[in-house]
Design a protein around this ligand. Structure first.
Ligand code: ATP
Length: 352
């Protein structure tokens, strides 16, 4: 099969388990993000793919060929580390083509390739500069160009943008995504920043604190149909309401009933479940409204940050958070009675 495949990969360092029974198929040409909280095994998985670590168990296959024991320098993968690891005593051009020098490529060819790569990352004319004369964003681009110099089969990035300030980070995310689309190179980025993963990836691999892969999907699938409460909570924000199943399409939450669009397979009456509802799917109306999926309560807090408004509603001890645009802001204030409408199609039922 074309692409990268991880089969039953397990890695431990002494008694610490870094990655548990990972099975993944990453087709060529994708931008994949490994996303998860600190310590969940993202970097370990990337280092296993790069050949910088060996798995305790399992196999890594590239286009059907077993590369588990292939040394890192023979895999032809480009890697950018969090620290960038640029050579301070070499010029920008020499840094970019270092891997070609090691491969004994002639000086003229190297110089030409450096110019092409620097053009690609918008650093034309920087070849003779010293690394110390560059800004953080420019160093980032040099590290990217250096990793691309060998026309890598896989482009591996370990949180390369984490040291940049928020604005520069956002513009580099876009730049990197456009560069990957232009080159079509299969790319894996490690990040713990869910917004970064959602912006850049066309495939997200979410890892949990138990060092297992919890879900693989497009950013929208992960956001709209989270596989469990961990994913629902980690990606964006969500109202997670504990309840129990009642019949084919109803969940009892405290003394309220919620109608849901569908119930996961294998759930019977009385089973404990969690209903996940995104804040932007919840509408708030002034006053007490009766009807299906309407929860009545008091506005406990309103957070208006300009671009959106969050409304906190206390429904008999149950906290509901709704989010709207400034234009869609309901006519309510703190202390008012109000009703939250939770549309059935937005209520995703997860096994507790
Ligand atoms: P972060 O986002 O903080 O970088 P991560 O998801 O990339 O975290 P890893 O760096 O892969 O996580 O680490 C996974 C687990 O393995 C952690 O508990 C870590 O302490 C442990 N670990 C990683 N490398 C080693 C090592 N060389 N020796 C011992 N334990 C290690």
């Amino acid at each position: 099969m074309a692409g990268l495949r991880l089969e039953n990969i397990h890695k431990h360092f002494g008694s610490v388990v870094a990655a548990r029974e990972v099975n993944l198929t990453l087709p060529h040409g994708r931008f994949v993000c490994f996303l998860g909280p600190s310590g969940c095994g993202k970097t370990t998985l990337l280092r296993l793919i790069a050949g910088l670590e060996s798995p305790t168990r399992g196999h890594i296959l590239l286009d059907g060929k077993n590369i588990t024991r292939t040394p890192a320098h023979k895999r032809n993968f480009g890697m950018v580390f969090q620290s960038l690891a640029l050579f301070p005593h070499l010029s920008v051009g020499e840094n970019v083509t270092y891997s070609l020098r090691v491969r004994h490529i002639k000086k003229d060819t190297r110089r030409k390739r450096a110019a092409e790569l620097l053009d690609l990352v918008q650093l034309s004319g920087f070849a003779d500069r010293h690394i110390s004369q560059l800004s953080g964003g420019q160093r980032q681009r040099v590290a990217i160009a250096r990793a691309l110099a060998i026309d890598p089969l896989l482009f591996l990035l370990d949180e390369p943008l984490s040291a940049l300030d928020a604005k520069l980070r956002e513009s580099m995310q876009l730049e990197l995504r456009l560069l990957q689309q232009r080159l079509g190179v299969t790319t894996i980025l490690v990040t713990h920043d869910q917004r970064e993963a959602m912006t850049m990836a066309d495939m997200v691999v979410v890892m949990g604190p138990d060092n297992r892969v919890r879900q693989v999907g497009t950013p929208l699938e992960i956001y709209r149909q989270p596989s469990d409460t961990f994913v629902a909570d980690f990606i964006g924000s969500s109202n997670l309401l504990q309840g129990s199943c009642m019949g084919a399409r109803e969940v009892k939450i405290g003394d309220q009933h919620l109608v849901v669009a569908e119930m996961p397979a294998g759930i019977s009456d009385g089973t404990s479940v969690t209903v996940s509802v995104r804040p932007e799917d919840i509408h708030v109306l002034p006053g007490a409204e009766k009807g299906d999926n309407r929860l009545h309560g008091t506005i406990s807090f309103i957070r208006d940050v300009g671009s959106n408004v969050e409304i906190y509603l206390n429904c008999n001890g149950l906290q509901i958070i709704s989010q709207s645009t400034p234009k869609g802001r309901p006519a309510v204030k703190q202390g008012d009675e109000a009703t939250a409408i939770l549309p059935a199609g937005s209520c995703v039922v997860l096994k507790s």
